[in-house]
Design a protein around this ligand. Structure first.
Ligand SMILES: *Cc1c(COP(=O)(O)O)cnc(C)c1O
Length: 248
């Protein structure tokens, strides 16, 4: 479905004004990603933008797709499934970035190309079971509790290597890297040590040479701190507010 067909007959007087806003913001974010990469001598092509569309309307998402967004990030299964059923699976790649309960794994597997938030063997096993049913190899990231806050999701640093070994044995799951969130949103320099810690865990897991897994992705950095995350090795920046505006 294209934005034009969706808007047809809609009440919007000037359908271009909002498009401009999201497109302009997106262009700015892409430019900042490019510059941050260049500044630390990284190839900008190695950093992918996940446009986080949680709580944003289908119209806004279609505007982002029209403005060439390639990856969309969603946090809530039911909300995401409704949007994906409307928009379709294919105009962009859908990533699941929210907390995932085992009983919703089935939907995550059916609708998403990459699940960023796998933090327990139980969840990985359920994803494996659901993926097997539909003949899919499900790409996942392991979420690490870098902030060490008990309220935050993620596996503890000490358990990460062990969990990577266990996940590697699951036939229908492909572990491709790590995801983490620092505790200080929007305070880039205070987030840096947490990004470094995540990068260190990636290195530790790489040293294990575990067959069947890769550590190609580090999912870290949000609207307030993505430049620092890029400096510390991020390959997937998850950006919502800076593209779609605030959520309330
Ligand atoms: C909401 C969310 C984001 C995006 O946050 P912004 O500050 O709006 O860029 C990124 N990652 C996760 C896991 C989120 O829940």
């Amino acid at each position: 479905m294209s934005l034009k067909s969706f808007n047809r007959g809609d009440h919007m007087e000037n359908p271009n004004s909002e498009t401009q806003t999201i497109k302009n913001r997106l262009d700015d974010v892409k430019q900042e990603i490019y510059q941050a990469a260049k500044a630390c001598k990284r190839d900008p092509e190695t950093i992918k933008l996940v446009a986080v569309s949680k709580k944003k309307s289908v119209v806004s998402i279609l505007e982002a797709i029209d403005a060439a967004v390639e990856i969309l990030g969603e946090n809530y299964i039911q909300e995401a499934v409704e949007k994906i059923e409307t928009i379709g699976r294919t105009p962009a790649s859908w990533h699941f970035i929210g907390h995932l309960q085992s009983n919703k794994a089935k939907f995550a597997v059916r609708y998403f190309d990459l699940i960023h938030t796998v933090d327990k063997l139980k969840l990985a096993k359920e994803i494996n079971r659901q993926a097997k049913k539909i003949g899919k190899i499900q790409s996942i990231l392991m979420q690490i509790n870098i902030s060490k806050e008990t309220s935050k999701s993620g596996t503890d640093e000490e358990d990460a290597v062990k969990l990577a070994h266990e996940i590697s044995k699951l036939e229908n799951v492909s572990l491709k890297g790590l995801m983490g969130m620092p505790p200080f949103f929007g305070e880039p320099e205070r987030a840096r040590p947490f990004f470094k810690a995540l990068h260190d865990i990636k290195t530790q897991i790489e040293r294990q040479n575990i067959p069947g897994i890769t550590m190609e992705h580090l999912s870290m950095g949000m609207s307030g701190d993505f430049k620092v995350a890029i400096e510390e090795g991020s390959t997937l920046v998850r950006i919502g507010t800076a593209i779609f505006g605030s959520r309330n």
